[in-house]
Design a protein around this ligand. Structure first.
Ligand code: P6P
Length: 346
């Protein structure tokens, strides 16, 4: 636990001055993102009472129907971050192309990416949703930022985090030196540090997956889940529990708090969309947080953070969480690739 009197601003200044973990420009960028999340939290809280629930006639670049709050959250994040002088450009899951910093504002050295409101299909049913963000460094000597400058593997992220809009508004953040969480104190209107150096338990008996896609999974995932479902009579020798919120921020937050494994694997349901989750806006930031908390994050046999992106909106299979379980999944994918299948690991 942590001293609840330490505000996010003070914690960030200590990361900059005491630990030398981040420069002032990155500290100020994170503070601006946090301020935008507070504004989004207010809009989500007001929800139905202010008539912002419901869908628009429009669809986003993903082909998904846009919710009013998707657009509101996207606009809040763009407006809050474009003038600060810390960014060279912004990329949003909701926008087809990158958002260059308007010439009237100074340009900085960072690239900000976000899914402004992940899990928005849950808005009308009052289930936890959230903002996911990722920060990259722009390569030296780039005069005009293009989409290709964002296509950096996830291990080059300098910061990643999410903000949940649920029973509490909680910011979870990594600057590359562990994971800390900050709860929004509604009385103060500011984030206060509640946990430092979060660690994911290496073992778990809880998995999170959308079981309705089971018939579409590849063999390694089917093998893993079948073994979990076999329980104590099966090769794992223990019973498992299942949770699936249908909102990645909520499922990942639970895993960061008590362990577990989250899977959104490749499936045959939509062959042209081999995977559902977006590499740049969901998989990479969550993979950084999970690894920084001692967990693992793979797309199969490959580490997510090693994937070399080829497109701003490309998707990736995601299996992340407690190290022992994700390593087992990675092994099952390796065995499938090698065509070997030794007896099940206990
Ligand atoms: P399904 C939300 O739309 C999201 O992108 C993630 O937050 C969530 O984990 C997943 O999709 C839920 O997908 O197929 O269960 O609706």
């Amino acid at each position: 636990m942590s001293d609840h009197s330490v505000s996010l601003s003070r914690w960030l200044i200590e990361q900059q001055r005491t630990h030398g973990h981040i420069p002032a420009s990155l500290r100020l960028l994170i503070e601006q993102v946090a301020r935008a999340c507070k504004r989004i939290s207010r809009a989500v809280d007001k929800g139905a009472s202010s008539g912002v629930l419901g869908s628009l006639q429009s669809s986003n670049v993903q082909g998904e129907v846009q919710k009013q709050l998707d657009v509101i959250a996207n606009d809040v994040l763009l407006e809050a971050n474009e003038w600060g002088g810390h960014l060279a450009a912004i990329a949003s899951e909701e926008l087809e192309t990158i958002h260059p910093i308007p010439h009237r504002f100074p340009r900085g050295e960072y690239l900000l990416l976000f899914d402004p409101l992940d899990g928005s299909s849950n808005i009308e049913v009052n289930v936890t949703i959230g903002t996911i963000f990722s920060v990259l460094h722009l390569d030296e000597g780039v005069a005009e930022v293009q989409g290709e400058h964002f296509l950096q593997p996830g291990h080059r992220q300098v910061a990643a985090g999410y903000c949940t809009y649920g029973p509490q508004t909680t910011l979870v953040l990594s600057l590359g030196h562990g994971v800390s969480s900050f709860a929004l104190d509604p009385d103060q209107g500011s984030f206060v540090c509640t946990q430092q150096d979060l660690r994911i338990p290496e073992t778990t008996s809880e998995f999170a997956i959308n079981m309705s896609n089971m018939r579409h999974w590849a063999a390694p995932v089917r093998r893993y889940i079948d073994e979990c479902l076999a329980g104590r009579e099966g090769p794992r020798g223990k019973d498992f529990n299942m949770r699936w919120v249908g909102s990645m921020v909520a499922d990942v937050h639970r895993i960061l708090q008590r362990g577990g494994v989250f899977l959104y694997p490749w499936d045959r349901l939509y062959p042209n969309l081999a995977c559902r989750l977006r590499l740049m806006y969901e998989a990479n930031p969550m993979a950084m947080l999970v690894e920084q908390a001692g967990g693992m994050a793979v797309a199969g046999s490959q580490r997510i953070l090693d994937i070399q992106p080829t497109g701003l909106h490309q998707r990736a299979a995601v299996m992340l969480g407690s190290r022992d379980e994700v390593e087992r999944l990675r092994q099952y994918h390796l065995e499938a690739e090698e065509g070997s299948r030794p007896p099940p690991m206990r």
